[in-house]
Design a protein around this ligand. Structure first.
Ligand code: HEC
Length: 98
């Protein structure tokens, strides 16, 4: 029996992803603002918080709402509805498309 090359490839990609998240995670600092703590608590588990800054040129409040909903529904982020609302408010105020 042999391990399929596909499985090996996938685990390699996952290892690279988690390494990257660890390497640049804690150093990136989001702007100060209301509900920043809620964002830091809920949005840093899977990827670096600089994803937020990278997407700020494209997303307005509606866009952020959809993005946060995607993290929860598509990727399984365990974030309560009340916190999702606070996060969207923070993102729209500090990283919303102008
Ligand atoms: C359960 C894991 C998880 C959590 C928690 C999470 N994300 Fe994500 N996020 C992902 C995955 C998976 C991707 C897409 C794959 C990638 O590029 O790494 C992603 C991608 C993104 C992107 C890039 C654009 C996109 O839609 O692909 C943004 C912006 C983003 N996340 C913001 C957030 C915010 C804001 C929060 C907190 C509300 C959050 N994420 C919490 C898993 C998560």
């Amino acid at each position: 029996m042999s391990v399929s090359p596909k499985v090996l490839l996938m685990s390699g990609a996952l290892a690279a992803l988690s390494f990257e998240a660890k390497a640049d995670g804690p150093e990136f600092q989001l702007k100060q603002g209301a509900n920043l703590d809620v964002v830091e608590e809920n949005c840093a588990a899977c990827h670096s918080l600089d994803y937020i800054e990278m997407n700020s040129p494209f997303l307005d409040e509606k866009g952020w709402q959809a993005s946060v909903a995607k993290m929860v529904k598509a990727f399984g982020a365990p974030i309560e509805a009340a916190d999702q609302q606070k996060i969207v408010e923070y993102l729209a105020a500090n990283y919303g498309k102008k």
